[in-house]
Design a protein around this ligand. Structure first.
Ligand SMILES: NC(=O)C1=CN([C@@H]2O[C@H](COP(=O)(O)OP(=O)(O)OC[C@H]3O[C@@H](n4cnc5c(N)ncnc54)[C@H](OP(=O)(O)O)[C@@H]3O)[C@@H](O)[C@H]2O)C=CC1
Ligand SMILES: O=C1Nc2ccccc2C1=O
Length: 289
């Protein structure tokens, strides 16, 4: 079984360098996929309240721990969930967080809560961050971060008068067709680690000739080349699969590295192509018409 390395967050806690995504993993399969993922070697599981499968993911983690409590330790698993846009604001976030904590009861605490996107307004985003900071102080949540934040949203957050905790992560759509050079550089310069969502381009670019060629060179699939590119860029990729047989192959990326010029060749494909949504451009209050 592959052992996934960890890296240090600005909170002092650690996070695995690769994770398993759960968007569109059906709630009635989430527990078995989470369990199978842990058996295959995944230690970072990325869910969200909006995915409707938090309960299943937590159940799968608890099942894995119960199987061998001396070796399968809770602290070796990193469980992420997210606060959806409609629950921004202090009170709404407190309530949403309690809902997520209730669903995470079998595993005791949440490793990372992300603000799913910046799509509300200053007061609500601020209230949400305040509620998340309190959860860290209470110990129910270990780390807090953001997702889909542009540079302007990060700068707004850094200027909160009561800022105590900086985000540990900015989770963004990233792959060779969407490299977001400036945003990634700014995020990293602030000591925030970048997670890459839709790292497999949602399976839309597997027939790209350069991916196929590199795959042949290294004896790897286009999916594995994309995951390796993400790791070589210093991102934490979050490939999703709900197919058990693909879990292991998406993890089999630690026995090779792309040459710097191969990373560049793939990065050169950037065309700001999005396969998901793009809240990084969502207007601040003073930009709204
Ligand atoms: N913060 C945010 O706003 C967002 C976060 N995310 C997170 O990032 C994760 C990953 O992104 P996602 O958009 O799901 O897309 P991915 O780029 O991870 O692609 C997932 C798709 O690729 C398929 N796939 C996976 N592995 C293989 C393989 N080896 N061969 C062929 N097909 C494969 C999957 O199918 P199958 O399951 O059938 O194997 C699925 O259709 C999400 O699950 C979620 O956790 C995603 C979007 C937005
Ligand atoms: O994983 C996700 N897929 C999405 C699609 C649209 C909006 C949000 C999301 C996610 O967080």
């Amino acid at each position: 079984m592959v052992t996934i390395a960890t890296t240090k967050l600005n909170s002092g806690n650690t996070i695995p360098v690769l994770g398993l995504g759960f968007w569109e993993t059906p709630s009635n399969h989430a527990a078995e996929i989470a369990y199978a993922g842990l058996k295959a070697g995944y230690r970072l599981l990325d869910s969200a309240e909006a995915y409707g499968n938090e309960e299943g993911v937590a159940k799968g983690i608890a099942q894995w721990i119960a199987e061998d409590p001396k070796k399968h330790l809770r602290e070796d698993v990193f469980y992420t969930t997210k606060i959806r846009d409609g629950f921004h604001g202090y009170d709404a976030t407190k309530k949403a967080l309690q809902g997520s904590l209730d669903k995470a009861k079998p595993i005791g605490y949440i490793d990372l809560v992300l603000v799913h996107s910046p799509q509300s307004d200053y007061e609500k985003r601020h209230g949400t961050w305040k509620a998340l900071q309190e959860a860290v102080a209470e110990g129910t949540v270990k780390n807090i971060g953001v997702s889909n934040y542009g540079i302007k949203h990060l700068k707004e957050l850094f200027a909160y008068p009561d800022l105590k905790i900086k985000p540990v992560i900015n989770q963004l759509e990233l792959h060779p067709w969407l490299t977001r050079t400036e945003l990634v550089k700014f995020t990293k310069s602030e000591g925030i680690i970048v997670e890459a969502y839709s790292p497999l381009t949602r399976a839309k670019k597997f027939d790209d000739p350069d991916l196929v060629k590199l795959g042949k060179k290294y004896g790897k699939s286009p999916a594995q080349i994309l995951i390796r590119w993400s790791l070589d860029k210093g991102f934490i990729p979050l490939p999703k699969t709900a197919h058990k047989e693909r879990l292991a192959s998406n993890l089999d990326v630690f026995d090779f590295k792309l040459e710097p010029e191969e990373v560049e060749l793939l990065s050169g494909k950037n065309e700001d192509l999005k396969f998901c949504w793009d809240p990084t451009v969502y207007p601040l209050d003073n930009e709204k018409k």
